[in-house]
Design a protein around this ligand. Structure first.
Ligand code: HEC
Length: 128
């Protein structure tokens, strides 16, 4: 009994230590960001917007890692940047709401949402 309690304490301790270092991504905020920042532009500029479940988890991870957007013409990271949010915040509620959030946190949030919403994710997500 005592031993298993110690084991539990050890596991909890390492979880706490891990979360102190790594940012705990918020997939729900990632969903809002993806829909209101990424999809709203795709809907305006493409015949069919890109749904999370258009790709598998590994493809989304590789896509964000490669950081090439619009057939490699530009980076995808720019759309997580404060300057981009500032440039659209007059007409985009999510950009206004998250104006001061660090870029990397939003990137991690969207990453988490795309892992969850991918074709092979826990909760495959379409655009709507
Ligand atoms: C200002 C408009 C705009 C925003 C914001 C935007 N995209 Fe795009 N995206 C496009 C356009 C336009 C294309 C199609 C480009 C083409 O086919 O030449 C595209 C294409 C893509 C593609 C298809 C592959 C590729 O890169 O060609 C993916 C995936 C993608 N965007 C992801 C994202 C993600 C993730 C975000 C948000 C972080 C985002 N986009 C934000 C306009 C935008």
């Amino acid at each position: 009994m005592k031993r298993s309690l110690m084991l539990i304490a050890a596991v909890l301790g390492s979880v706490a230590a891990g979360s102190a270092v790594a940012y705990d991504a918020d997939w729900k905020r990632g969903r809002v960001y993806y829909r209101q920042i990424c999809t709203s532009c795709h809907t305006a500029q493409m015949p069919k917007p890109i749904a999370p479940n258009d790709k598998v988890k590994a493809d989304w991870a590789a896509y964000l890692q490669a950081d090439k957007h619009a057939k490699g013409k530009e980076t995808v990271k720019q759309y997580f940047g404060k300057p981009y949010r500032a440039s659209i915040k007059a007409t985009n509620q999510a950009a206004a709401k998250f104006a001061e959030v660090p870029d990397q946190d939003l990137l991690d949030d969207v990453k988490a949402f795309l892992q969850k919403g991918a074709k092979d994710g826990d909760a495959p997500a379409s655009c709507s």
